[in-house]
Design a protein around this ligand. Structure first.
Ligand SMILES: Nc1ncnc2c1ncn2[C@@H]1O[C@H](COP(=O)(O)OP(=O)(O)O)[C@@H](O)[C@H]1O
Ligand SMILES: [Mg+2]
Length: 257
C-alpha cells in the first residue's frame, strides 16, 4: 500500500481571529515498507500534517489517499508523545484493545497480544497497570498497542521526546529492530535531527510560517548499523545538511519560545 499526500494546505484561525497558514502545498508519498521522517522546528506543522495523514483532522485543501487497498479501509496505528493508555486496563488489556474493537477472536487476541508484548520487551508486565510503569515502559506498551492491529500505516509523533536521553537511545534502537521485523510503512515526526538520520529511509524537512517542504533527503546508509563508526562521517554530513536547512527557522522558533 502506498499513501499519497497531495496539495495539502491547512489554515487555522487563531485566538485573535487571524488566519494562520500551518501547512502550504504539501506533496509527498509514503511507499510500501518505507520509513519517512518529518523533521522541522517547533511550530512548523509536523503534528498538523501527521493528524491530517491519520484522518484525525481534515485539510483546508488537498487530499490524502491510500493506493492499493483493494477497496478495504486502511488501518492506522498511532503513537503520540504522551501515550494515552487506558489507566483502568492492564498492559495486556491495553495492547489488545484494537483487536477487541475489530472483533478479533479471543484466541487471536491472546496470540497477537503475546507476540507484540514480547516484541517490545514487556514480557512479565502483562498484568501491570500504566501507573506502575516507567515512561519508557508506557511508550513500549503504546507501541505494542499500535502494532497489534498490524496497521497499514504506523504514525508516530515524537514518541520518545519525553524520555530521558539514555532511554530514548535504547528505544530508537529497539524501534529499528521492530521495524526491521514488521516493515510497516511509517510516518515518524521529530524535531531531533540525529533521530531523523538514524531512523529514516527518507527525511522530509519542513520550514515554518508557512509550513512547506524545504527538501526531501534520501538517507543512503544501511538501515541497521548506520550509527557504526564506518558511517560516522556520512551520518554527520546528512545531519549537517538538514541542520543548514532548518537552522534559521529553528533559531526563530527558539526566540518565540
Ligand atoms: N488547533 C489549532 N488552532 C490554531 N492554531 C493551531 C492549531 N494547531 C496548530 N496550530 C498552529 O499551527 C502551527 C503548527 O502547529 P503544529 O502542527 O503543532 O507544529 P509542530 O508539531 O511542528 O510543533 C503552529 O503555528 C500552531 O500554533
Ligand atoms: Mg508537534
Amino acid at each position: 500500500m502506498r499513501i499519497v499526500i497531495e496539495n495539502v494546505d491547512k489554515t487555522f484561525i487563531d485566538s485573535k481571529k487571524r488566519e494562520v497558514t500551518a501547512l502550504q502545498n504539501i506533496n509527498f508519498s509514503i511507499e510500501k515498507q518505507e520509513f519517512v521522517v518529518l523533521v522541522g522546528p517547533s511550530g512548523c506543522g509536523k503534528s498538523t500534517l501527521l493528524n491530517i495523514v491519520g484522518g484525525l483532522m481534515s485539510p483546508t485543501q488537498g487530499s490524502v489517499y491510500f493506493e492499493g487497498t483493494n477497496g478495504k479501509k486502511p488501518t492506522l496505528g498511532i503513537v503520540f508523545q504522551e501515550i494515552a493508555l487506558f489507566p483502568w486496563r492492564t498492559v495486556y488489556e491495553n495492547v489488545i484493545y484494537g483487536l477487541e474493537e475489530s472483533g478479533a477472536s479471543k484466541e487471536v487476541q491472546r496470540e497477537k497480544g503475546k507476540h507484540y508484548i514480547d516484541m517490545v520487551g514487556l514480557q512479565g508486565f502483562e498484568g501491570a497497570y500504566p501507573k506502575q510503569l516507567s515512561g519508557g515502559m508506557r511508550q513500549r506498551a503504546g507501541i505494542a498497542r499500535a502494532l497489534a492491529i498490524e496497521p497499514d500505516l504506523l504514525l508516530m509523533d515524537e514518541p520518545f521526546s519525553a524520555l530521558d536521553a539514555q532511554t530514548r537511545t535504547i528505544m530508537q534502537e529497539e524501534l529499528l529492530t521492530i521495524w526491521n521485523r514488521t516493515r510497516l510503512s511509517t510516518l515518524y515526526v521529530t524535531h531531533n535531527i540525529q533521530e531523523a538520520v538514524y531512523l529514516a529511509d527518507r527525511v522530509i524537512v519542513l520550514s515554518r510560517h508557512p509550513g512547506q517542504i524545504k527538501s526531501i533527503i534520501e538517507i543512503d546508509l544501511p538501515k541497521i548499523g548506520r550509527d557504526q563508526e564506518e558511517y560516522r562521517s556520512q551520518f554527520e554530513q546528512y545531519a549537517n545538511e538538514i541542520w543548514q536547512l532548518i537552522r534559521h527557522d529553528a533559531q526563530e522558533a527558539s526566540r518565540e519560545g
